[in-house]
Design a protein around this ligand. Structure first.
Ligand code: DX5
Ligand code: ZN
Length: 216
C-alpha cells in the first residue's frame, strides 16, 4: 500500500475549522488525526468528545484518534459514539493493555498502541499480533511544532523487524516533526502513515502540502 497522510487538527485554525475541514475533505489526505490531551498524561489540554462529534457530520474521511489521557479504558465507547474509527492508546497509560485492545476491538474500532520516544519497541513483543497499528511518537507528546527526534529512525527499523518476526498485520504511523526534511526519509524507511500538524496547516497552501506528502 502507498503511505497514508493524516493531518493533525491540533494545528488547524480553531476560529475557522470549517475552512480547514473543507480543504481537508477535498485534499489527498487519508485520515484526520485528532489529538486528545487531558493535562495529566501530557502537560497540555486540547479538545474532547463534543468537538469530534460535531466534526463527524462534516468530515468525509476516517478519524484517527490519539488519546494522550490516563485511564483510556473509561472512554472507549464514548469515542466510538463520537465517531472514532481508529483508537490509539499510549503504552505508558495502560496497565492492562491486552484488555484495553480487546475492548477497542469489541467496540468495532481499529486499535493502535502509541510509544513515547523513550519507550522501547521490544515492549510490544507480546501485543504486536493483536493490534492494527503502532504509533511511534517522534516528539514528546503534548505540543505541536516540536523538533523531530532522530532515534525514531532506529525504532522504525526495530518495529519492522518485530512485525516481520511475529507475522503481524500492524502498520506503522509516525507523529511529530514531520516536515520537508523528515517526511522523505520516513517514507523511505517504510512508514505507512505520516501525521503532520504544523507542516500542513501553517503552510501557505495546505492542500498542496498534503499532495506533496502523499506523492513522496
Ligand atoms: C503531539 C501530537 C501531534 C502533533 C504533531 O503531541 O500527538 O499529533 O499534532 O504536530 P507537528 O506535526 O506540528 O509536530
Ligand atoms: Zn498525535
Amino acid at each position: 500500500m502507498s503511505h497514508l497522510i493524516a493531518p493533525s487538527l491540533l494545528a488547524a485554525n480553531f476560529f475557522d475549522l470549517k475552512t480547514d475541514i473543507e480543504m481537508f475533505n477535498k485534499s489527498e489526505a487519508d485520515w484526520l488525526h485528532l489529538d486528545i490531551m487531558d493535562g495529566v498524561f501530557v502537560p497540555n489540554i486540547s479538545f474532547g468528545l463534543p468537538v469530534i462529534q460535531s466534526l463527524k457530520k462534516h468530515v468525509t474521511k476516517p478519524f484517527d484518534v490519539h488519546l494522550m489521557i490516563i485511564n483510556p479504558d473509561k472512554y472507549i465507547q464514548d469515542f466510538k459514539k463520537a465517531g472514532a474509527n481508529l483508537l490509539n492508546v499510549h503504552y505508558e497509560a495502560c496497565n492492562h493493555l491486552h484488555r484495553t485492545i480487546e475492548s477497542i476491538h469489541q467496540s468495532e474500532m481499529k486499535a493502535g498502541v502509541t510509544l513515547n520516544p523513550h519507550t522501547p519497541v521490544c515492549l510490544l513483543e507480546n501485543i504486536i499480533s493483536d493490534i492494527d497499528l503502532v504509533l511511534l511518537m517522534s516528539v514528546n507528546p503534548g505540543f505541536g511544532g516540536q523538533k523531530f527526534i532522530k532515534n525514531t529512525y532506529n525504532k522504525i527499523d526495530q518495529l519492522k523487524e518485530l512485525i516481520l518476526k511475529k507475522n503481524s498485520k500492524a502498520i506503522i504511523e509516525v507523529d511529530g516533526g514531520v516536515d520537508t526534511n523528515t517526511a522523505p526519509l520516513l517514507v523511505r524507511a517504510g512508514v505507512d502513515v505520516l501525521v503532520a500538524g504544523s507542516f500542513v496547516f501553517q503552510s501557505k497552501n495546505p492542500a498542496e502540502t498534503i499532495k506533496w506528502l502523499k506523492n513522496l
